[in-house]
Structure formats: C-alpha cells, structure tokens
Design a binder for this molecule. Structure first.
Ligand SMILES: NC(=O)c1ccc[n+]([C@@H]2O[C@H](COP(=O)([O-])OP(=O)(O)OC[C@H]3O[C@@H](n4cnc5c(N)ncnc54)[C@H](OP(=O)(O)O)[C@@H]3O)[C@@H](O)[C@H]2O)c1
Length: 243
C-alpha cells in the first residue's frame, strides 16, 4: 500500500509513503504509478477541485481501475452563490466540483458522501469553548459520524466494484449544534453563555433546512457522546501525565 502526503514519513507497517502535492501537481505521477485502486481522501477547505483534476489526470495515465472519492453530505444541496456562501461554505462547492471531475474522468469510480466527522466537530467545539460568549449558528443541526467507520466503508467500497455515487453515510443521531457544543462543555464543567447567531445566505438557509443531513442513512454506530467520553478522557489523561 502506498500513501501520498505533502510531508515525508518513514515507510512502516507495509505502507510506503511518497511525498507529493496534489495542488502543485508535484510527485503525483510516481505516487499513482501502478496503482490499480486509488482512495482519494486528500482534502482541504478549498481547492479540492484543482487537486482532484491533477489526480485524475495522473490516474488516467497510470491506467487506474478504480478511483474512490470521499465527499460530503449536502455537496449537491448546499448552494454556494453569494460572497457569504463562498466565505463560510465554499467547501461544499469545491466538493461538488471535485465529485463531477471524478464522475467525468472516464475512470471507473465510486463516491461516498459522509457527514461531518466527530474529530471535526470536536475541533470546532474546542475553538468555541475558548470564547467568553459562544455564538451558535441558529437552526444548524449535524449528524456526526466516526471517521474510523467511514474509513472501513471506504475500504469496503475500494475492494468492491466501481459503484458510482453510493448511499450517504451519516452518524447514528442528529443533534442541534448548540447541544453538541454543550455536551463538550459539560466534559470541561464549563457553562458559558451561548447566543444564537443568524447566518445569512442561501447555503446557511439550506443547512437550516437539513441539507447537510441524511437521517434515513444513519448507518454509523459510534455516537458523539461515545466519542466524547473516550476522546476527552484520553485528552485529560495526556494533560495529567504532562503536569
Ligand atoms: N472532516 C469531515 O468532517 C469530513 C466530512 C465529510 C468528508 N470529508 C472529506 O474527507 C477527506 C478527509 O477529511 P479529513 O477531515 O480527515 O481531512 P484532514 O484531516 O485535513 O486530512 C486531509 C488529508 O489530505 C491530505 N492533503 C491535503 N491537501 C493535500 C494536497 N494538496 N496534496 C496531497 N495531500 C493533501 C493531507 O495530507 P498531508 O497533510 O500529510 O499532506 C491529509 O492527510 C476530505 O476529502 C474531506 O473533504 C471530511
């Protein structure tokens, strides 16, 4: 197995690390040489379209037989139109463009749209917890999913036949964003003031209408509470060891 990263890593445990950058298109040809199956998880808040275009070009030359892509639930339903849409939710537009590049690549492909990962929700909650008063986007709900479970599903898809756009993968429960942050704050015994924040724009309106959710595809098992219980206790262990 080969893994592409922008940073060098010693190869270990049967994984050969290769260095390259999908945005600058450096190191991609050797990275994909001989790869029958590519699982494309590289992503950022912007530029996933350009990165995917470069990957697809190299994969086509390499004769790749299956390209598996991870996208996000709502990529096709969250419009990125105005300046505020682009600033706050441009990610969804980049993911949709990347999906189309994969679908139009001529390569056999599979795309899975997943909900927000618990890890990302934790990062957001940690940032918000630093504020004296926490603004919570009004009407936003999330259906967080465990990234390990998504990884298992990607492996299953990669080893199967190319399937095009497969059913979405959401976590087991839908939560109001404020409730998710509150659960995190409880683990810190913090109770700051939370105030609702109205986000303008079409993308925010679509999110308030649930375009980022797939309650009918609540196939993940690990809940936000399970994740927090494990992750926050391991963070606390790390802090007490460091003290
Ligand atoms: N996080 C979520 O909630 C969520 C939800 C649905 C879908 N997704 C999608 O799932 C994928 C992984 O998300 P994540 O949150 O796990 O991301 P992440 O932790 O930020 O990891 C992104 C990975 O992409 C690689 N990468 C980024 N830009 C690259 C470039 N120009 N060239 C080569 N490699 C590059 C990074 O590798 P190096 O830093 O080692 O170079 C890193 O391993 C992304 O496509 C994301 O859009 C994420």
């Amino acid at each position: 197995m080969r893994s592409l990263s922008r940073h060098s890593h010693p190869s270990a445990d049967g994984i050969e690390y290769v260095t390259g950058d999908l945005l600058t298109d450096e190191g991609i040809e050797p990275a994909v040489a001989g790869a029958a199956i590519i699982v494309h998880c590289a992503g950022s808040s912007k530029g996933d379209d350009e990165a995917t275009r470069n990957l697809v070009r190299a994969a086509s030359r390499a004769g790749t037989q299956h390209l598996v892509y991870i996208s996000v639930i709502g990529a096709d339903r969250i419009p990125v139109v105005s300046g505020i849409d682009r600033t706050m939710f441009g990610y969804f537009g980049f993911k949709l463009a990347a999906e189309r590049i994969v679908a139009d690549s001529g390569l056999p492909w599979t795309t899975l749209r997943a909900a927000q990962f618990h890890d990302l929700s934790l990062t957001v909650a940690q940032q918000m917890a630093k504020l004296p008063v926490i603004p919570v986007p009004a009407g936003f709900h999330f259906q967080p999913v465990d990234s390990g479970e998504v990884a298992d599903r990607l492996v299953e898809l990669a080893l199967g036949s190319p399937a095009g756009l497969v059913p979405d993968m959401g976590g087991p429960r839908v939560y109001a964003m404020g409730d998710m942050i509150r659960s995190y704050l409880r683990t810190l015994s913090k109770h700051p003031l939370m105030v609702p924040l109205w986000i303008p724009g079409q993308a925010a309106r679509a999110i308030r209408a649930g375009a980022n959710l797939a309650p009918e595809r609540a196939v993940g098992h690990r809940t936000w509470e399970d994740f927090l219980a494990e992750r926050v206790s391991s963070l606390a262990d790390g802090r007490s060891r460091a003290a």
